[in-house]
Design a protein around this ligand. Sequence first.
Ligand code: GLC
Length: 556
Amino acid sequence: MAVRTRSTDPAEHWWRTAVIYQVYVRSFADANGDGVGDLAGVRAKLPYLAGLGVDALWFNPWYASPMADAGYDVADYRRIDPAFGDLSEAEALIEEAHALGLRIIVDIVPNHVSDRHAWFQEALTSGPGSAARELFWFRPGRGADGELPPNDWKSEFGGPAWTRVPNPDGTPGSWYLHLFAAEQPDLNWNNAKVREELESVLRFWFDRGVDGVRIDSATMPAKDPALPSFGPDFTQSAPPKPHPFVDRDDVHEIYRAWRLVADSYPEPKALIGEVWLADPERFAAYLRPDEMHAAFNFDYLNCPWDAGRLRTVVDETLAAHAPVGAPATWVLSNHDVTRHVTRYGRADTSMGRSPQLHDAPADLALGTRRARAALLLNLALPGSCYLYQGEEFGLWEVSDIPAEARQDPFFFRSGGADPGRDGCRVPLPWAGQAPPFGFSPIGATGAPWLPQPAAWATQTAEALDGQPNSILRLYRTALSLRRQLPDLRGGAEFGWTETAADELLDFHRGDGFRCLVNLSAHPIRLPEGAELLLASAEMSESGRDLPPDTTVWLRA
Ligand code: GLC
């Protein structure tokens, strides 16, 4: 297997500075023409991804699943969902990606499995008191006939976090806990079998060459075994401390054990957590040297397009990571949030995802201009950077998906009040003038699983490839330059430039590199004598002024 030269210096481990591209397989490329993306589609596009200049690919769950939550309901971790391909194709994909210098990260979902998982099926047929039920959270209901859920917890997707099941004899029986959809029963991490199984799943994929895992809903697997109600004094959004199921101290034991697995390989595997926590210290605890290597920076994702707020988030991020020696991550979009071209084009740029803002008008030209500026900012900050498929095409959120085409449990469990996350999951446009825009091959039997907007004719890889100033070209140029510039590629020291104007972000990396982002409404004079390396937008004619919503990279 051809791989780049590896360093043995832990400070230089690849995940510390990598640019990681998120592949949402279902929407990436469809090779067999059924309207759903697949592994063969990804394999055909590996040269495209290597050419883009990213270092690693993160795949959302590709395992066998009934797809009640787009694969986050895993029925069998050791099989690939037939809609995507099979295990031998996944193995071939890993090998081909490695040969192109791309690392592979897969998604692991410790909090829950699918209700179709063999364990849960066995739990249902085995009945109350069985060992099979001990792997989950089954409890009798409250009320005279057990007709009320065991406590007042709510599902993240809306509605109660409990569903009642019949006894094996058909009479109404106990309830089981699901912090997400009813099709996603929560695992009981107090059970040794659960711990052993998930560690064995890690080894299964690490043994196949996978270089790291993204850990889904990483703060939630540990529960207070008493499963207490929030009661009259607290709510799920104003919870008691400790919280009955978020960020409990004992959750860290899981990741310490996983770190031992990760470190048992000649080239250690990376653990990257989905950790949504407001408290920077609690967040950083997941990144202690014997736990995860990195975690997604959701404060940055949720930060408005505002110089002061961005500066604060950058400072707080670096301060939180420093004591544990972990690399910061910079991420603006993923499969759960509104695409940032849309967010940055709204009057309120503050929320990663907000059902209330769904219909807010968005100036897409402005959003695109800011997205371009944000790319150069992200790539210049110290740490690693995550890109979500399609952001390199400047894709915006598709807000007008018809109700009958929607698939996200947020939509169903809220009775349609929350449109859900389908708008950022629409299949990618690769080429041509009309849907399916090369997502599916000519002669495809199925339409793309979510409808693509006709206006994406301007956003295809093919169309953007042909334009020297397109966003796709900017991604390629910036990624290639980031690789070449030692101050960006390595861990060169970061610092703000003291003289910075209010609505300007102005920082350096090492002695040789400087980045300026103009978030004001007027042009800002560039420093004298600096050599322009790259700009996110066309510069003023004199080349001496930095236009609004523009980032430049300078050689200091
Ligand atoms: C994570 C995933 C999201 C999924 C949820 C439940 O937040 O990113 O897509 O719905 O976990 O697994």
